[in-house]
Design a protein around this ligand. Structure first.
Ligand SMILES: [Cu+2]
Length: 314
């Protein structure tokens, strides 16, 4: 997918890479000069050649030279860093807005017309602002090819913008360790021509289950779409949360408001587990990890999930 040579991927690449190369260049220059001097002095002032140490008094010219020289050097580094960073801070007025939502452990992108995707789609040569929303812990949205990275902090209003300059696919991932399945927060940016993007954008038919799709299959796709499977398995193995296998109809040991009780997992219990996960905490699992999916998972979706859970029991 992504290679570091994609110099034209976004409008920021040039400025960021220039600052990086200059900083790296100076570092190498100093490495070489200092190593050379080190070796030179070892040879020149070794004991056999220079047996008696000599005291040197201050040298004003030298003091001025290295103070001034060092100041100039850091100002040069500052200038290129600043010049590369400044354009990132001010999104242009005509930028298209997309909401980027991060939660453990999935990105979702929400468009103005209601489209929701887990891959970011953007038109080429068009400025895009991402409204960054973190629902649980700190995440960081990183698109290396575009040279953009921004922390996503719960409760803090933040955004980032870029202009993609070539039709291609690029990596997008979370760059802030956010828990066990952090590495699942790996997806992509699909840069499309304006025409392809418009077609994609206009198509708001969200793969509605066709007549012959089984309800349980619709349930499975809801689970996939919402990233539930990062925490729940279908084969009985324990992940962050309990496996779906055998839940439906079984007796659950839960903690409700500090008291242990037993409940039968019927469709009401399942619905409540999705909309209000911290109400009943399943024994052996932690509260606060699963967030409410109210507003994201519809009542119909819940019915389909229940069908899927029933299907697993067969
Ligand atoms: Cu993350």
């Amino acid at each position: 997918m992504y290679s570091a040579t994609q110099i034209d991927a976004s409008s920021f690449v040039e400025g960021v890479d220039r600052a990086f190369i200059i900083t790296l260049g100076f570092s190498f220059l100093f490495l070489i000069v200092l190593t050379f001097l080190l070796i030179l002095f070892i040879v020149k002032y070794r004991r056999s050649k220079h047996p008696k140490a000599v005291q040197i008094k201050g040298n004003t010219k030298l003091e001025i030279a290295w103070t001034g020289g060092a100041l100039l050097l850091v100002l040069v580094l500052f200038y290129y860093g600043w010049a590369g960073w400044k354009p990132m801070m001010t999104p242009p007025d005509d930028a298209m807005e997309i909401k980027a939502i991060a939660r453990m452990w999935k990105f979702q992108f929400v468009y103005d017309n209601g489209k929701v995707t887990d891959t970011l789609y953007v038109p080429v040569n068009q400025s895009v602002v991402l409204d960054l929303v973190a629902l649980d812990v700190i995440h960081s949205l990183y698109i290396p090819a575009f040279r953009v990275k921004e922390d996503m902090v719960p409760g803090m209003k933040k955004d980032m913008w870029f202009r993609a300059q070539r039709v291609d696919e690029f990596d997008l991932f979370c760059a802030e360790y956010c828990g066990l399945q952090h590495s699942y927060m790996y997806t992509g940016v699909n840069v499309l021509s304006q025409e392809d993007f418009d077609n994609w954008y206009a198509d708001t038919t969200t793969a509605a289950p066709s007549a012959d799709t089984q309800a349980w299959e619709a349930g499975l796709s809801v689970l996939r779409k919402n990233g539930c499977n990062v925490c729940h398995s279908s084969d009985g193995s324990k992940l962050i949360g309990p496996s779906y296998l055998g839940i439906f109809g079984s007796t659950r040991e839960v903690e409700t408001g500090g008291e242990n009780r037993q409940v039968v997992a019927d469709s009401i219990y399942i619905r409540n587990s999705i909309y209000n996960p911290d109400a009943d905490i399943v024994e052996g699992y932690n509260k606060g990890l699963m967030l409410s999916y109210e507003g994201l998972v519809t009542e119909e979706d819940v019915r389909h999930i229940v069908e899927y859970l029933k299907h697993l029991n067969q």
